[in-house]
Design a binder for this molecule. Structure first.
Ligand SMILES: O=C1O[C@H](COP(=O)(O)O)[C@@H](O)[C@H](O)[C@H]1O
Length: 237
C-alpha cells in the first residue's frame, strides 16, 4: 500500500468504464495470485457494476484462486431478487471455479447474518486486494446509509468490527431491507479502492466531498477521506 491519493477517471460511456474497471480488477487479481496464491475482492452490489463484473468474469484468471465477497448485503433470503450475492453469482457465472462468500445466512436473518459475516471476515485478516464501491443518490457506499443508527460506529476508520447490521432510516423505497455492511474500517483495509458511478452521481459525490463538518460527513466522503490506499473514482454519463 505504498501509493496514496485520489484520482478521477472520466469515461465516454458506461462500456468504457466497465472495460477499464474490469481490467483494473483483473490486474489486481493477477498480482495478488502471483504474490500469495489467492486474490480477495470486495465488490459493490446494485446495478451499476454488473456490466463490469460480466466483463471481468470472462477474463482468463485462475478463478479457483479468487474469492469474491459483497461489500454489503440486503437481509433477504438468497433466492430473493434483491440479494446482492445472488446477483454477483449470476454476473460471474462465466468465472468457472470462482469462490463467492456471503455476508448473510441463507434465510437473510439480520442478527444471525451479522454474526456469520463477522466470523467469515475473521478468516480473511489480510488487506483486500481491491474494493469496488458503488454509491447511492443519498451518498451511501456499501450499506453505510446516512442517518442509520449504526452509522457513526460503522464509519469509524479505527473501529473494531469488520461488518455490522445497518438499519437504513427511512428504509430506501427500492430495497427496503435491513443490511449487513462491511464497516469503513474493513473497506479501507485494501490495496486499492475503486468507486464506480454514473450520471448525476458525480454531482452527488462532489457535493459530498465539499460538504460540512468533519464529524458529519456524508458516508462516501467519510470513507474516501479516510483512505490510505489509492482511490480511483470512475465516472461515465
Ligand atoms: O443498495 C445498494 O446501492 C448501491 C448503489 O446501487 P446502484 O444500483 O445505484 O448501482 C450499491 O453500491 C450498494 O452496494 C447496494 O447494496
Amino acid at each position: 500500500m505504498a501509493m496514496t491519493g485520489r484520482f478521477e477517471h472520466i469515461h465516454d460511456s458506461a462500456e468504457t468504464l466497465a472495460a477499464a474497471l474490469a481490467e483494473e480488477l483483473r490486474l489486481a487479481c493477477e498480482a495478488a495470485i502471483a504474490r500469495r496464491g489467492r486474490a480477495v475482492l470486495a465488490l459493490a452490489g446494485g446495478q451499476t457494476p454488473l456490466p463490469l463484473y460480466r466483463r471481468l468474469a470472462a477474463a482468463p484468471l485462475p478463478w479457483s484462486q479468487v474469492l469474491l465477497l459483497p461489500t454489503d448485503e440486503r437481509c433477504v433470503p438468497h433466492d430473493h431478487p434483491a440479494c446482492n450475492v445472488r446477483a454477483l453469482g449470476e454476473a460471474f457465472a462465466a468465472a468457472a471455479g470462482m469462490r463467492l462468500a456471503s455476508l448473510t445466512t441463507e434465510d437473510g436473518d439480520p442478527e444471525r447474518s451479522e454474526r456469520a459475516a463477522r466470523d467469515l471476515l475473521a478468516g480473511y485478516p489480510e488487506p483486500f486486494d481491491a474494493v469496488l464501491l458503488g454509491m447511492g443518490g443519498d451518498a451511501h457506499v456499501a450499506s453505510l446509509f446516512p442517518g442509520a443508527p449504526q452509522l457513526v460506529e460503522a464509519l469509524d476508520p479505527d473501529g473494531p468490527a469488520d461488518a455490522c447490521r445497518i438499519d437504513p432510516q427511512p428504509l430506501p423505497a427500492q430495497a427496503p431491507y435491513p443490511r449487513i455492511s462491511l464497516t469503513a474500517a474493513r473497506l479501507l483495509r485494501t490495496r486499492a479502492l475503486y468507486l464506480a458511478i454514473t450520471g448525476d452521481k458525480r454531482d452527488v459525490l462532489h457535493r459530498a466531498l465539499a460538504s460540512g463538518a468533519k464529524n458529519a460527513r456524508p458516508p462516501v466522503a467519510a470513507v474516501l477521506d479516510a483512505a490510505t490506499a489509492p482511490v480511483h473514482v470512475h465516472w461515465s454519463p
